[in-house]
Design a protein around this ligand. Sequence first.
Ligand SMILES: Nc1ncnc2c1ncn2[C@@H]1O[C@H](COP(=O)(O)OP(=O)(O)O)[C@@H](O)[C@H]1O
Ligand SMILES: [Mg+2]
Length: 394
Amino acid sequence: MRVIIYTGKGGVGKTSLAAATALGAAARGHRTLVLSTDAAHSLGDSLGMTLGPDPVRVADRVEALEIDVLTELERSWKAVHEYLLRLLASQGVEEITAQEVVILPGMELIAALLRLDAIERSGKYDTAVLDTAPTAETLRLLSFPDAIEWYFDRVLRMQRRVTRVVRSTVGRAMKTPLPSEGFFDTLEELHERFRRVRSLLTDPGRATVRLVVNPERMVIAETQRAYTYLCLFGLAVELLVVNRVMPKEATSGYFEPTRVEQETNLNSLDELFGELPRLPVPRYPREVIGREALERLGRDVFGTHDPARLWPTSPPMRFRMRDGAPVIELTLPHADPASVDLRQRGDTLYLTVGSFRRSIALPVAYTRGQVERAFFDGNLFVIRFRRAEARGAA
Ligand SMILES: Nc1ncnc2c1ncn2[C@@H]1O[C@H](COP(=O)(O)OP(=O)(O)O)[C@@H](O)[C@H]1O
Ligand SMILES: [Mg+2]
């Protein structure tokens, strides 16, 4: 299944573009699903129809849904959900309150990722188009499988062992219910599902991110940061859609300064996103609502291209030899070197950029050596490992 993710600042046109892409892809014969992961769902408003947690038919070969956290929780995390409810009940929390409390921050993300996994495994769709929440939340969504991997690997195994011992000893006398084996089984199964979502999202042959901007400085600045973090998490960034470009005929008089400002900002895109193909879209006199308007938007963005096609991308991370030493090269556009931190612990590298951390499991050939040096070479962050001979001598 092909996965297309639209991301960008609030209000730039993500929902409209996701809907337009889905309609265009379906018209070209792809069985398509467009799904909204934004809790403030507006996909239904954009398509002019009511949507829910189950797919609704939009047109031939297109369906749409809006993810609902409670529904997903009950479907995927039953044992965990039940345990948390029992735990809260044992602490005297009323059932109704407990139902509210167990929706932890971040669960929307979990729900969305698990749903994506189920959709992919259903085999029903050739293309899934994701309409996401504004940038910050989407970055958390996309970095989540990486973060959870760490938790599952290190913590879960240990906790399960400890709980078994406690249950057969002091557990008998304790008031607080202990997590059941079912709880841990559910977590292990979730682990497996996150692994699959992660390999789907980081496969540049299947999943790509399309950045949406408007020719406005604040929008561009936010997207520039998002671009760095998406690369950090190994997602392939495919396109830059520049929405709401003022046509010349609309800018005499009152809007003349707007056009001048937009022109300056459009020029800055060369430097900031030069390597990405850029698709401009005009600002229309009216909102883009309903099938007809969305189909027109789709034609204006993609012209004769299939909206679901894969534009060529370069893989964000490469393992290769450079000057006789193994290196990892990561595309990290716009990263401030002062905000980058790199640590190695055993077979894992921890790379922090600003407020995001990525763990990189090292291939065997790298785990025998230590990081020798890391530096920027343009947009590339190069992590160089000690050469084989040096290791032998040490
Ligand atoms: N090119 C455009 N011209 C005019 N209005 C637009 C254009 N693109 C989007 N809109 C309108 O702007 C509003 C926000 O768009 P939306 O797609 O919901 O953005 P997002 O999902 O990024 O928040 C909607 O009312 C939409 O119809
Ligand atoms: Mg939206």
